[in-house]
Design a protein around this ligand. Structure first.
Ligand SMILES: O=c1ccn([C@@H]2O[C@H](COP(=O)(O)O)[C@@H](O)[C@H]2O)c(=O)[nH]1
Length: 314
């Protein structure tokens, strides 16, 4: 009240919208935007239900997630993570097939997922994928081909099942950019009919200046929810949805923060899991570019698992 005049205030835009405007104008770093939004999400005060406001959904163990999630591939992944006490995915970005297989054989006991970029292998042969599948069976991990499909449905279908790589015959998981619309998912899904395969949507990226943010990321979430039978989660930099049926996998992870000369941005396993809500951390050079990759993998596995245990206390 001012004098005898009563004023009523209501907001014209949300804090998230303000953050988006500042980010689009180049005034705020996307990383700060994502973290602030995540903070808001985690600390939301529900006015209508304020007595329950402090009751956050209880975090589930990997074992609990394996029994409550509905997608068989997601169940399998959480079972592996529980059994091997590992949320570590190795990005095996090497160009020689023997080197890849030897590395995977040594590091396999510590991994829940092996991520490949099959098109950087210089001596690719179908035998390589047979040997990789043998190692997946020997060490109990899933294979994720980081192909990032991004074309119309019929093209991605051919790229997934055909060509020299025949990705659908050996990869458990692939990923896709949501940019073409959900035809990209429908095309991949058709090629995977009747198999236990899954797709991750690239909802956010670790690289500086990524356009995958705000409404684009929201669109990716909607697409995932519309295709729950095949989309098993996201490549992302923050927790996007409070549903363990969608596995959040975060690349750009190293034991110390920083970046590379081509725009990659690193965060620690603790930051990725505890602050940003990742389920799986994806690590490449942090392990491969060391003198002792086995020791490095153990370090990442232990750091990732410790952060997961810590997250259960929240
Ligand atoms: O947003 C993204 C999506 C994918 N990647 C891939 O992950 C690895 C990261 O390797 P590092 O050596 O740990 O940087 C690489 O294969 C990328 O293609 C990503 O980094 N960011």
């Amino acid at each position: 009240m001012v004098g005898n005049v009563r004023f009523e205030f209501s907001h014209v835009c949300t804090l998230s919208q303000v953050l988006d405007v500042l980010s689009s104008a180049g005034k705020l770093d996307q990383d700060i935007v994502n973290r602030t939004k995540q903070f808001i999400q985690q600390n939301r005060f529900d006015v209508q239900n304020s007595s329950n406001a402090s009751q956050k959904k209880k975090p589930q163990t990997y074992k609990e997630r394996a029994s409550t999630c509905t997608n068989p591939l997601v169940q399998q992944l959480y079972k592996i993570m529980n059994l091997k006490k590992s949320n570590l995915a190795l990005s095996v970005d090497l160009q020689n097939s023997q080197q890849i297989l030897q590395t995977v054989d040594k590091l396999g006991p510590h991994l829940c997922i092996v991520k490949t970029h099959v098109d950087i292998i210089e001596d690719f042969s179908p035998q390589f994928t047979t040997s990789l599948r043998d190692l997946a069976a020997k060490h109990n991990f899933l294979i994720f081909e980081d192909r990032k499909f991004g074309d119309i449905g019929k093209t991605v279908k051919s790229q997934y099942e055909g060509g020299i790589y025949k990705i659908s015959s050996w990869a458990d998981i692939v990923n896709a950019h949501p940019v073409p619309g959900d035809g990209v998912i429908k095309g991949l899904k058709e090629a995977a009919t009747g198999t236990n395969k899954g797709c991750l949507l690239v909802a956010e990226m670790s690289s500086a200046g990524s356009l995958a943010k705000s409404d684009y990321t929201k669109g990716a979430i909607k697409m995932a929810e519309d295709h729950k039978d095949f989309v098993i989660g996201f490549i992302c930099q923050s927790r996007l949805i409070d549903d363990y049926n969608f596995v959040h996998m975060t690349p750009g992870v190293k034991l110390s923060e920083g970046g590379d000369s081509l725009g990659q941005q690193y965060k620690t396993p603790e930051e990725a899991i505890l602050k940003r809500g990742a389920d799986v951390i994806i690590v490449g050079s942090g392990i491969l570019a060391t003198d002792d990759p086995v020791q490095a993998a153990i370090q990442y596995k232990e750091a990732g698992y410790k952060a997961y245990e810590e997250s259960l206390k929240n």
